[in-house]
Ligand binder design. Structure first.
Ligand SMILES: *[C@@H]1O[C@H](CO)[C@@H](O)[C@H](O)[C@H]1NC(C)=O
Ligand SMILES: *[C@@H]1O[C@H](CO)[C@@H](O)[C@H](O)[C@H]1NC(C)=O
Ligand SMILES: *[C@@H]1O[C@H](CO)[C@@H](O)[C@H](O)[C@H]1NC(C)=O
Ligand SMILES: *[C@@H]1O[C@H](CO)[C@@H](O)[C@H](O)[C@H]1NC(C)=O
Ligand SMILES: *[C@@H]1O[C@H](CO)[C@@H](O)[C@H](O)[C@H]1NC(C)=O
Ligand SMILES: *[C@@H]1O[C@H](CO)[C@@H](O)[C@H](O)[C@H]1NC(C)=O
Length: 430
């Protein structure tokens, strides 16, 4: 691989990406060699870059053509109208006793043990007594009846990594207080789950895709290496094959990009990320890989999603390791949220979110030109303030005992508020 040719290829691809054949006709990579159960937890921590947050905000539920919108305030409008104009993603956590209708680890029977923090021994529960308060309006609490009414007869998929599954598990608990879902899954590895709510005829699924594009883990000496070959021009057929059947797609990605990655495009090796020991290869920043993966996903969606589908993207949910990283004794044992001023907004996740929002707006703009509907579920800011909401030591995973899980989120817990956002979006869109 010569750097000259790879970098000019990169330039061409980056600036004038051809849309042709970006979305596979379901004939490539259908037998992905994901042979290994990798329970590697995202390690997002070592790469802190200096970065000044800006106040990019996005107004949901309002047709947009400009990539970035600023908040508008319209005090004279009716509450519902105001809700539509309000930036739901900018606000703070305020004290609010947990409602009695909220689920518990007894009333929801589908909480995975690894997220069932109380079962695993967590004693403090005050972290449940906080509510997200957007600066300019109230965010309604989740109502399973309303949600199931809106999604009657529809198919909804979470597409992404284990944090996407975390959200699905949360929604499952919220909905199961109204209607008991039937498990239609057939996946012992818990990567592809399907639940059906018979009365509402609502199908909820999770589709496992770590990178959203085809990614093959290198097996070195018979062991999963956590080094990946990424194919920037090949959206992952594990979800694109299901896409045409969906009414709602909620994508997310991020935590797996903090690894050594070899980047391929059109069967050509472009270069790599975090591979300083390869002087012959072009070095790319992980943002490039991330951006290209998202772009491939949106191009595929804009070419192949059914026109009825509502496309949503959830922004990165940060990890919160203190005193180390995941494998050096990092912990997360806070018992309450941080205020806005306590958060380190230079964190790398905040920059990753910026990439996500840029690509989201790009995908949305192209999609809207073709009559598609896009919405962001921009949780990064709110979750930056919730270092108290991770399982930490209370996750009991038999494979990883000895580490703290400061990446996933306790159930019940603040992650449930992601579905408050979801409901607000659906109410405006459906
Ligand atoms: C729920 O959590 C309590 C601790 O708060 C624990 O004793 C119990 O076993 C858990 N029940 C289930 C079903 O997870
Ligand atoms: C249930 O929903 C599916 C689509 O998700 C639809 O094809 C089917 O006809 C529905 N069944 C009933 C009984 O309404
Ligand atoms: C379950 O998986 C097995 C093996 O992959 C397959 O043969 C079977 O048809 C699946 N069953 C259902 C209900 O999907
Ligand atoms: C594979 O294992 C052998 C024996 O332990 C070792 O000599 C060799 O360096 C390993 N190869 C790689 C690529 O790690
Ligand atoms: C770099 O390229 C040269 C010439 O093709 C080759 O001999 C060398 O092994 C390569 N080095 C690495 C680290 O791949
Ligand atoms: C959190 O854990 C660290 C390391 O074990 C410990 O030093 C600290 O006191 C703990 N803080 C709380 C509030 O428990």
């Amino acid at each position: 691989m010569k750097s000259n040719s790879t970098s000019s290829l990169f330039q061409d691809k980056f600036h004038g990406y051809t849309k042709r054949d970006r979305c596979p006709n379901l004939n490539i990579g259908s037998a992905l060699p994901f042979a290994v159960t990798s329970l590697f937890i995202a390690s997002v921590f070592t790469f802190f870059l200096l970065y000044s947050p800006n106040s990019l905000t996005l107004i949901p539920n309002q047709p947009s053509h400009s990539p970035i919108q600023h908040q508008q305030h319209n005090p004279s409008s009716k509450p519902q109208k105001e809700q539509k104009r309000c930036d739901l993603f900018k606000g703070k956590w305020v004290r609010s006793p947990r409602s009695s209708s909220y689920y518990t680890n007894s009333s929801c029977t589908t909480i995975p043990d690894s997220k069932n923090c109380f079962k695993q021994g967590r004693k403090d529960s005050d972290f449940l007594n906080w509510k997200w308060k957007p600066d300019e309006c109230e965010l309604e609490s989740f109502n399973p009846k309303t949600f199931l009414h809106l999604v009657r007869g529809k198919r909804f998929a979470f597409i992404g990594d284990s944090v996407a599954r975390n959200h699905m598990d949360s929604l499952l608990c919220l909905l199961s207080q109204e209607e008991i879902p039937v498990d239609k899954s057939n996946d012992t590895e818990d990567r592809f789950r399907t639940w059906h709510f018979p009365t509402s005829n609502f199908t909820l699924m999770t589709l496992w895709s770590r990178y959203l594009i085809v990614a093959e883990e290198r097996i070195i000496n018979g062991t999963a290496s956590s080094i990946f070959d990424l194919h920037l021009d090949r959206p992952d057929p594990d979800w694109t094959s299901v896409l045409p059947t969906l009414d709602f797609a909620l994508l997310s990605a991020g935590h797996w990009f903090f690894r050594i990655m070899y980047l391929h495009h059109s069967q050509t090796l472009l270069g790599c990320v975090y591979c300083d020991d390869h002087p012959n290869l072009t070095q790319f920043k992980l943002q490039f890989a991330f951006r290209m993966a998202l772009r491939a996903a949106y191009d595929c969606i804009n070419a192949h999603a059914p026109s009825r589908a509502l496309i949503m993207f959830r922004t990165l949910a940060p990890s919160h390791f203190e005193g180390g990283v995941w494998n050096t004794g990092g912990y997360c044992n806070r018992t309450g949220p941080m205020g806005v001023e306590e958060v380190d907004w230079r964190r790398f996740e905040w920059e990753m979110r910026e990439v996500q929002m840029e690509e989201f707006e790009r995908g949305r703009k192209e999609g809207e030109e073709r009559g598609r509907r896009y919405e962001a579920v921009d949780v990064t800011r709110a979750m930056m303030m919730r270092p108290d909401a991770h399982p930490g030591e209370y996750w009991g995973n038999k494979y990883m005992r000895g580490y703290n899980d400061c990446t996933h989120w306790c159930l019940p817990g603040p992650v449930d508020f992601w579905s408050d956002l979801l409901l607000a979006i659906l109410k405006a869109q459906v």
